[in-house]
Design a protein around this ligand. Structure first.
Ligand code: C2E
Ligand code: CA
Ligand code: CA
Length: 561
C-alpha cells in the first residue's frame, strides 16, 4: 500500500498525541504487558485521569481485579491469535454515570517487531436504551404499562412448552358497562378508569403471574398455576366493583371473568384462550359481575345458543313464530284495567314456547332485537287499538333499540300509521338501561315524552339509580320490581322500601305500579302503602289477546254501567 507523506504528523510522539487527541471517541494503545502506551484526551477524560498520568499504568491501577482479569484475558487472546475482538460492558464514567460501552481491540505490529493493541471505545448507552424502550413497547400496553398480547402469548408458550409440567390458568376479564362510562363521561375519563383498574389488577397478581391488557376493556391475569384461581377471581371482582373516583364523580362498574385452567388435554395456547373466552361468555350471560370456570359442557351450551341465534334469524323472516301475550295493569283503588303490557313469546317449532329471558339477551347481543322490537311495537299497538277500549299498551324497549338512529321517528310514525294518539303507548325501559343511557338516548326518550308517549321506569329498585338520576329523565310511572313485592311480609324492611318508593313516586308526581302481585295479602299491603297500580298473576297471567279480551270487555261494561 502506498503511503501519503504527512510530514510533521507522525514523526514525533507529541505530534501523534496531538492527532489522536482530536478524535472524539476514547482511544488507547497497550503493549504486551498491558501497559498504556498512548491514551487520547477523550479516553483520559472518560477514565477521569490526566492522559500523561496513565502512561505506563495498567488496568490494575484503574479497575477492580475481577474486571482486569477479564480485560487481560481478552488482550492475551488478541496477541496470540492476532484477531480483533470486542467486548460490551457497563462501566462507571468519571462523573459516576453508568455507561454501556463496546471496546474494540485490534492488533498492530510495529516496524521494530513489537506488538501493540489499539482499543477504540464506543459509547452505546443511548442506543441500548432506545433498544430496550422499543422492546418494552413491543411487549407492553402503552396506556397502562401492563404486559400486552404479544407478551402474553410469549409467556404462555414458554410455560406450556416447559419440560416440567405446570398448570397455568388464564383469567379473561372484561369490564361490565365500560362502554357506557366512555359514552357518558368521555374517553379521557375512560382511559383514567382503565388505568386505575390496571393498577388494581396488578395488585391482585402474585409473583410469577402476569397482568395483561389485551386492548379496550379486556384484560388477562395469567396465573403461574391453578391453585388459587377462584380466590383471585373473587378478589378481582371486588377490585372492579369498588367505586373509581374520577375527579368529582365516582363511577361504579364491575367485571365478568372467564377462567380456564390448563390440563392434560389442553396444552395449546389458542385452546386455553378459547376456553377462557367461552367461560367469560357464560359469566356474562349469567348476569355479569361474576366469574365462570370453563367446563366442557359450556361448549355444548354455546352450540345451543348459536343454533338458537340462527333459528331466530330465520324466524324473523316472517315473524310467524312470534306472538304477543298481554298482562293487565289495574288501578289499585278500583281494579279498573288501565293498560296491558305486551310480553313477547317465541313459539319454537322444536322447543315449544321459549321464554323471553332466554332469547331477548341473544337478540340484544346480535342486534336482532331491532327488527323484533319494531315488530313487537307495531303488533302490540295494533292489537290494543283494535279493542277500542281506551286502555294503553305498555311495550318493553331494550337499550339497544334506543341506540338505533331514528328510533323516536319510527315509534311516532308507527303510531300515526295505525291511526292512534301517542298516549296509547307506554314505553317501559329498565332503570339500569336509563342509568347507563347517554345524553342522546335520554333526549330520545324526552322527545318521545314531549310528543305524548308515556315512559315507565321498569324493574325499579334493582338498578343503580339514585334520585339524582331520576332528575335527568322525566317519567310517567315507576314499576316497583317484583323482588320487593315478593319480600313483602317476609323481609322486615320490604314494606319500608316500598313505602319510600311510593313516596318518591308521589313526590315526582308519577304513578307507581307494583309488579308480580301474586297474593291477596300483597294486594292489600300494596294498596295500603299507596301503590297506584298493580300487575301480577293474582290479577291475570299474561295471555294472548283473544283470551283476555272477553274479561277486558266485561270490565269495561261493568265500569260503564
Ligand atoms: P318484565 O318487563 O319485568 O316483565 C314482567 C315479567 O314478569 C314477565 O315475564 C311476566 O310474565 C312476569 N310476571 C308477571 N306477573 C308475575 C307474577 O305475579 N309473578 C311472577 N313470578 N312473575 C310475573 P316474561 O314475560 O317472562 O318476561 C321476562 C322479561 O323479558 C321481561 O321482564 C322483559 O324484561 C323481557 N321482555 C318480555 N317481553 C319483551 C319484549 O317484547 N321486548 C323486550 N325488549 N323485552 C321483553
Ligand atoms: Ca316490563
Ligand atoms: Ca319489570
Amino acid at each position: 500500500m502506498a503511503h501519503l507523506a504527512l510530514p510533521g504528523i507522525f514523526d514525533s510522539v507529541d505530534a501523534l498525541q496531538a492527532f489522536v487527541d482530536t478524535i472524539p471517541c476514547p482511544i488507547f494503545v497497550k503493549d504486551r504487558e498491558h501497559r498504556f502506551a498512548l491514551v487520547n484526551r477523550t479516553a483520559a477524560d472518560f477514565f477521569g485521569m490526566d492522559g500523561s498520568e496513565l502512561l505506563g499504568f495498567t488496568d490494575r491501577d484503574l479497575f477492580p481485579d475481577a474486571h482486569v482479569d477479564e480485560y487481560w484475558a481478552m488482550d492475551d487472546l488478541l496477541f496470540s491469535t492476532g484477531e480483533t475482538n470486542e467486548n460490551e460492558e457497563d462501566l462507571l464514567d468519571r462523573a459516576g454515570n453508568m455507561r454501556r460501552i463496546i471496546t474494540r481491540k485490534s492488533p498492530i505490529k510495529l516496524a521494530s517487531g513489537d506488538d501493540l493493541l489499539v482499543a477504540v471505545i464506543t459509547d452505546v448507552t443511548e442506543i441500548r436504551q432506545a433498544e430496550a424502550h422499543n422492546r418494552y413497547l413491543a411487549f407492553h400496553d402503552q396506556l397502562t404499562g401492563l404486559a400486552n398480547r404479544a407478551m402474553l402469548y410469549q409467556r404462555l408458550d414458554e410455560i406450556l412448552s416447559a419440560p416440567e409440567p405446570r398448570h397455568p390458568t388464564v383469567l379473561l376479564i372484561d369490564l361490565d358497562h365500560f362502554k357506557e362510562v366512555n359514552d357518558c363521561f368521555g374517553h379521557l375519563v375512560g382511559d383514567e378508569l382503565i388505568r386505575s383498574f390496571a393498577d388494581r389488577l396488578a395488585a391482585c397478581a402474585g409473583a410469577g403471574d402476569l397482568a395483561v391488557r389485551l386492548g379496550g376493556d379486556e384484560f388477562v391475569l395469567l396465573l403461574a398455576d391453578a391453585k388459587e384461581a377462584e380466590a383471585i377471581s373473587a378478589r378481582i371482582l371486588d377490585a372492579a366493583c369498588a367505586p373509581f373516583s374520577m375527579g368529582e364523580a365516582s363511577v361504579t362498574i364491575g367485571a365478568s371473568i372467564g377462567v380456564a385452567k390448563s390440563c392434560g388435554n389442553c396444552d395449546l395456547r389458542s385452546e386455553l384462550l378459547r376456553r377462557a373466552d367461552v367461560a367469560l361468555y357464560r359469566a356474562k350471560s349469567l348476569g355479569r359481575n361474576r366469574f365462570a370456570l370453563f367446563s366442557p359442557d359450556m361448549d355444548d351450551g354455546r352450540q345451543i345458543r348459536m343454533q338458537l341465534e340462527l333459528e331466530m334469524r330465520q324466524a324473523l323472516g316472517d315473524f310467524s313464530q312470534f306472538e304477543l301475550h298481554f298482562q293487565p295493569q289495574v288501578k289499585s283503588s278500583t281494579g279498573e284495567v288501565v293498560a296491558v303490557e305486551a310480553l313477547v313469546r317465541w313459539r319454537h317449532p322444536r322447543l315449544g314456547i321459549v321464554a323471553p329471558s332466554r332469547f331477548i339477551p341473544i337478540a340484544e347481543e346480535t342486534g336482532l332485537i331491532v327488527p323484533l322490537g319494531n315488530w313487537i311495537l307495531e303488533e302490540a299497538i295494533r292489537q290494543v287499538k283494535a279493542l277500542d277500549l281506551n286502555i294503553r299498551v305498555a311495550v318493553n324497549v331494550s337499550p339497544v333499540q334506543l341506540r338505533q338512529a331514528g328510533f323516536a321517528e319510527r315509534v311516532l310514525s308507527t303510531i300515526a300509521r295505525l291511526g292512534c294518539s301517542p298516549d296509547i303507548l307506554e314505553l317501559e325501559i329498565t332503570e339500569t338501561a336509563v342509568f347507563y343511557a347517554n345524553k342522546a338516548e335520554i333526549e330520545i326518550l324526552d322527545s318521545l315524552r314531549s310528543r305524548g308517549v308515556r315512559i315507565a321506569l321498569d324493574d325499579f329498585g334493582t338498578g343503580y339509580s339514585t334520585l339524582s338520576h331520576l332528575r335527568h329523565l322525566s317519567v310517567d310511572k315507576i314499576k316497583i320490581d317484583r323482588t320487593f313485592v315478593r319480600s313483602l311480609g317476609q323481609v322486615s324492611d320490604a314494606d319500608a322500601i316500598i313505602r319510600a318508593l311510593v313516596q318518591l313516586g308521589r313526590h315526582l308526581g308519577v304513578e307507581t305500579t307494583a309488579e308480580g302481585v301474586e297474593t291477596e295479602e300483597q294486594r292489600r299491603l300494596l294498596s295500603e302503602l299507596g301503590c297506584t297500580e298493580l300487575q301480577g298473576f293474582l290479577i291475570a297471567r299474561p295471555r294472548p289477546m283473544a283470551e283476555i279480551e272477553p274479561s277486558l270487555r266485561n270490565d269495561a261494561r261493568k265500569l260503564a254501567s
